[in-house]
Design a protein around this ligand. Structure first.
Ligand SMILES: NC(=O)c1ccc[n+]([C@@H]2O[C@H](COP(=O)([O-])OP(=O)(O)OC[C@H]3O[C@@H](n4cnc5c(N)ncnc54)[C@H](OP(=O)(O)O)[C@@H]3O)[C@@H](O)[C@H]2O)c1
Length: 420
């Protein structure tokens, strides 16, 4: 298929970027790859966007069904986003034996297995490199470069919005101000909850983990966002030699797969600690290959659209149909996962208080590795405790017991530590 005739559905941020790249680079792409790309049909709800992009009105429609039914179209590019009609567009295109490209992590996280099963059944390819990590070629790396290795772990900074906010907070900016700045720069949505609560990163993690471990993941991963972290926590972590990052973590061992997304203390010497602003990054560990680190812009019109165009070129030169098989796996309960912890408690400024906390921790098999009490003349004093390795379930129990004491201000902050 050296001539790829795309039906482009969605002309928003990324769709318009795809059109611009094809318009300006079509000859260069053909010269470099032998693949000629043409836009055979385009669809958006309003015609104005198509006109503004210089798309011939004759090939524009507001009905995606016409794009799928168009006999000229051999590859459907879904850039609408969300669950519906994206799922229907993808499944209808597959049924019509058209290859599909999407950048939609939401639809893949929820309906990916159905989509891949149908693609295999109908003998078409589904490519989705832009759905995770923006311009980082992580899907291709897992599916192709690591096809002869066993991936053991994935540590990812998969959400640019939260990484931007945490970067500003590490400079002392309060959370609310950092969020407003991210919104003003277009990195965060008007309703940022999907990003700041960790759900976006968690969806991307489940896509990566499915591919890396050939796993059918049907359990929701433990997910915690960044809304309870303060600039003060970042300052305390920094004094101890750590940065705080929202990490999406997937690890596989004999007992199953651990899957969790949460703020995490990362040693400043780790490559992940130095990934700033809206950048994304992934640290993969393969059994034979060891560590691989990839970093790049995790979103944005042209970085993302470039990757979509790379998928279009790939469709033009690909001769095989990707076989994806996902097996049922055991997802380890989060309570059984182990890590070291950073615990920040505001404790009443009176004698004997600390002894009560250390007793509760000890009774729950949690031993203290480091301790830092801040000098404060107020009624409550911030205390930071770093623990040795402990079980999540035991830490949760200890925290609940500490929370019942009137010497602890409500809501201690607990952050896991990744010894990378
Ligand atoms: N933005 C990023 O940086 C980024 C990065 C990585 C991946 N992605 C993914 O890329 C995809 C597209 O994102 P985006 O930012 O380009 O979204 P967007 O700006 O909201 O664009 C969506 C487009 O879809 C069209 N559309 C919506 N409903 C439709 C329907 N029922 N029929 C036909 N067209 C319809 C819209 O048409 P109208 O304009 O006429 O309403 C618009 O052109 C999403 O899956 C997103 O997660 C985005």
């Amino acid at each position: 298929m050296a001539n790829v005739n795309i039906g482009l559905i969605g002309l928003g941020n990324i769709g318009s970027g795809v059109v611009e790249i094809i318009q300006s680079n079509v000859d260069l792409i053909e010269k470099r790859t032998g693949v000629r790309i043409s836009i055979a049909a385009a669809c958006s709800r309003s015609k104005d966007k198509a006109l503004a992009l210089g798309i011939d009105p004759k090939i524009h429609t507001t009905d995606y069904r016409q794009v799928i039914a168009n006999p000229q179209v051999n590859v459907v590019v879904e850039l609408v986003g969300g669950y519906e009609p994206a799922r229907t567009i993808i499944l209808e295109a597959i049924k019509a034996k058209k290859h599909v490209i999407t950048a939609n992590k939401a639809v893949l996280a929820r309906h990916g297995y159905e989509i891949f099963e149908q693609a295999t059944k109908n003998g078409v390819n589904v490519l989705f490199e832009a759905s995770v990590g923006g311009c980082i070629p992580i899907i291709r790396t897992i599916e192709e470069s690591y096809s002869s290795d066993n991936i053991e772990s994935i540590y990812g900074i998969l959400n640019g919005t939260t990484n931007y906010i945490l970067t500003r907070m590490s400079e002392g900016m309060p959370y609310e101000e950092a969020l407003k700045k991210a919104q003003a720069l277009g990195f965060a949505e008007a309703d940022p909850s999907f990003d700041v609560e960790g759900k976006d990163a968690s969806q991307k993690l489940s896509i990566l983990a499915s591919l890396a471990f050939d796993a059918r993941i049907e359990t929701e991963a433990y997910t915690e966002g960044i809304t309870r972290i303060t600039a003060q926590d970042l300052a305390y972590a920094s004094e101890l030699g750590y940065a705080i990052k929202l990490l999406a973590i997937a690890c596989k061992d004999r007992d199953g797969i651990g899957l969790h997304t949460h703020p995490t203390l990362v040693p400043k010497s780790s490559v992940l600690a130095n990934v700033s602003n809206e950048f994304n990054a992934i640290l993969l560990k393969g059994r034979n290959t060891g560590e691989l680190f990839l970093s790049g812009k995790g979103a944005g019109k042209l970085p993302t659209a470039t990757v979509v165009v790379t998928d279009i070129i790939e469709m033009g030169s690909r001769t095989r149909i990707t076989q994806r098989r996902f097996e049922k796996v055991t997802i380890k309960p989060f309570a059984k996962s182990k890590s070291r912890f950073f615990l920040r408690l505001d404790l009443a400024n009176k004698p004997g208080v600390l002894a009560k906390i250390t007793r509760i921790l000890g009774e729950n098999n949690i031993s203290i590795a480091a301790f830092n009490q801040k000098e404060d003349a107020g009624d409550f004093v911030p205390v930071v405790i770093i623990t040795h390795q402990a079980l999540e379930g035991e830490m949760e129990k200890a925290l609940s017991e500490c929370g019942k004491l009137d010497i602890v201000k409500p809501e201690p902050v607990l952050i896991r530590i990744a010894d990378l």
